[in-house]
Write a protein that binds this ligand. Structure first.
Ligand code: UDP
Ligand code: MG
Length: 319
């Protein structure tokens, strides 16, 4: 369908309390903008999200629905949605109404100016201080080290063109994360300041551990930081040891003083063992990632679909 204007992609995990309002506010906002499809990807919800979505999709042909066979994660869900999107402009947003569907119009106004991606930049401070602190630190490290030049506080909510979609659909990595990926792909971009609301219903699906894992993923797949760390620390320790060895040798030769001390030996052993273990861990991490890519397992499995052209559960995620 080349004449379809908007594709809204929304990953859903246990959002039963948000779905009815999300759907009504979305359709209200979209109706005046043009033709659209809403692609809901149920990421293995365990509450009543899927029955609710099924009812909606049963009454509205512009709602496409997929259900994963289990919880695969927000980004695989986004991925599945993107592979089905066929509009001229894509909108990515969360289901929890932290983003206001009415802001889609503002995104559209920006993209009409000729940009390929319109990111949202969150200007208010409804998120917890802790989360903000983490995201600032991460942004600082990531932006500096990966060379992706984005401002801080970028939200999930964004609009981009079909051209950008085609490009990001060419990324086939297993542990795909769309935040850094879309910072990385280039294209002309602009940033729209929006307010992000507090989550009023349901709970956040992200623990500190999950966020930390995502930060590590991003650093190791988009930068060389962990490997550079090994190279530089190895170089540093080697030169330090060399300098110290020279110092003792010169002392012995010129002054005839015997080299003494357990402490220095023990410290050197512990220090070096620590660095070696850490480095082994980093190498192991990369090997594991390579192994996962080699296995080439599917990033998600489809259990059920509605209003999707593909035969049930068979669409090729590499399309
Ligand atoms: N989500 C998902 N699978 C998951 C976790 C989250 O599809 O395993 C969806 C969730 O339903 C929401 C979006 O991803 O639409 C963002 O999740 P959440 O609001 O919990 O994240 P936060 O805003 O707290 O970072
Ligand atoms: Mg949220």
């Amino acid at each position: 369908m080349a004449d379809l204007k908007f594709s809204i992609v929304i990953p859903i995990y246990n959002e039963e309390e948000n779905i009815p309002e999300l759907y009504s506010r979305l359709t209200h906002a979209l109706k005046e903008l043009g033709s659209y499809e809403i692609i809901f990807v149920d990421d293995g919800s365990t509450d009543r999200s899927f029955p609710l979505l099924k009812e909606i999709a049963g009454n509205d042909r512009s709602v496409k629905l997929m259900k994963f066979s289990r919880n695969f994660g927000q980004h695989p869900a986004i991925n599945a949605g993107f592979l089905q999107a066929s509009g001229e402009y894509m909108v990515l947003m969360d289901a929890d109404l932290q983003d206001d569907p009415a802001d889609i119009k503002k995104l559209y106004d920006e993209i009409k100016e000729g940009y390929d991606i319109v990111f949202t930049q969150i200007e208010n401070s409804e998120t917890s201080l802790f989360k903000k602190f983490n995201s600032l630190i991460f942004h600082f490290i990531f932006a500096r080290l990966s060379g992706a030049n984005t401002p801080p506080n970028i939200g999930t909510f964004r609009m981009f063109t079909r051209k950008v979609l085609r490009s990001i659909n060419r990324y086939h990595e297993r542990r795909i994360v769309f935040g850094p990926l879309m910072a990385f792909v280039g294209f002309s971009r602009t940033y729209l300041k929006v307010r992000k609301n507090k989550r009023t219903k349901g709970v956040t699906n992200y623990s500190f551990l999950k966020l930390f894992q995502m930060a590590i993923d991003s650093l190791s797949t988009y930068t060389m930081v962990p490997l550079s760390f090994m190279i530089y620390s190895g170089f540093f320790i080697a030169s330090m040891s060399f300098a110290i060895a020279m110092y003792f040798i010169v002392k012995k030769i010129t002054l005839g003083i015997a080299v003494s001390g357990y402490a220095s030996i023990i410290i050197a052993i512990f220090f070096l063992s620590g660095v070696i273990l850490l480095s082994l861990g980093i190498v192991g991490d990369y090997i594991f990632r390579i192994y996962q890519e080699v296995l080439n397992r599917p990033r998600f499995l489809i259990d059920e679909t509605l209003n999707i052209d593909d035969p049930q559960g068979e669409f090729d995620e590499k399309a």
